[in-house]
Design a protein around this ligand. Structure first.
Ligand SMILES: Nc1ncnc2c1ncn2[C@@H]1O[C@H](COP(=O)(O)OP(=O)(O)O)[C@@H](O)[C@H]1O
Ligand SMILES: [Mg+2]
Length: 242
């Protein structure tokens, strides 16, 4: 199968301290791949470096290819134009603007198939945003805010949508709701790389999972393989295999 994203030997250093120690990761066409792991494992570092973002003094080595084309040397906005769209953790909306303005402010791009996501298309994905169209984002629930952030990212016509902890801070009921919306987008043809701290919830929706521990891939496999792995059951699922 074709890899939409192919990351090899990825190393990221902050000054003299290495946070990512040679990570290999692929996201295949039309799948929901996930990077799961504890706080501080290096998940945001990984996806930030894939998107070309850097906070502070960051050194990145290794290769990043989108559809077989090397993008490692490209500035962040060029990677967005190439189709790598990252929704960073806890960001992605303008609190003081209405839902509709948040969506309209992104200039709609066309994806590889020539498809555009109009504001109405985003409302079709997230009907409850239409009801809230004229409300300021600051008045929305956490789940609705995530929907706006994802909707904004869709307007940019991602080839690869990367979501960094979209469920952070949400009530358990909303976590599954947001993750199921993401699953639905993948079922409709989108390719997604999801970052999650919640391994159990990730196993519910993802096709394949990379488990990141201390800057390294500790395990990888299909959701089924990972669920059947005793080490994962013990360390992340409270010993209970589901
Ligand atoms: N801007 C930064 N400068 C220095 N160290 C950082 C920076 N961002 C993250 N780190 C360190 O890199 C490691 C991985 O962090 P991070 O990628 O944010 O993990 P995660 O997203 O999995 O919680 C942590 O040890 C963190 O302290
Ligand atoms: Mg993080």
């Amino acid at each position: 199968m074709n890899a939409v994203l192919d990351v090899q030997e990825f190393r990221v250093r902050y000054g003299h301290s290495e946070a990512l120690h040679g990570v290999d990761l692929q996201v295949r066409e039309g799948e929901l791949a996930a990077v799961a792991g504890a706080n501080g494992a290096g998940k945001s570092t990984l996806v930030g470096a894939v998107a070309g973002w850097s906070r502070g003094k960051v050194t990145v080595t290794g290769s990043v290819a989108l559809d077989g084309v090397d993008v490692a040397g490209l500035a962040p906005h060029r990677r967005v134009a190439a189709g790598i769209v990252l929704v960073p953790e806890g960001k992605g909306v303008f609190e003081n603007l209405t839902v509709e303005d948040n969506l309209r402010l992104v200039r709609a791009a066309r994806d590889a198939r020539g498809r555009r996501y109009s504001v109405e298309d985003v409302y079709a994905v997230f009907p409850q945003l239409k009801e809230r169209a004229t409300k300021k984002c600051s008045t929305l629930s956490g789940g609705e805010r995530q929907m706006v952030a994802i909707g904004r990212a869709l307007r940019a016509a991602p080839r690869l949508l990367i979501l960094d902890e979209p469920s952070v801070g949400l009530a358990p009921r909303l976590v599954l709701e947001v993750l199921q919306h993401i699953r639905q987008l993948v079922d409709e043809g989108l390719t997604v790389l999801l970052v999650e701290q919640n391994v159990r919830a990730t196993l519910e929706v993802a096709d394949r999972i990379y488990l990141l521990e201390q800057g390294k891939v500790a395990a990888e496999g299909s959701a089924g393989e990972m669920r059947a792995d005793d080490r994962i059951a013990e360390a992340y699922l409270g010993g209970l295999r589901t």
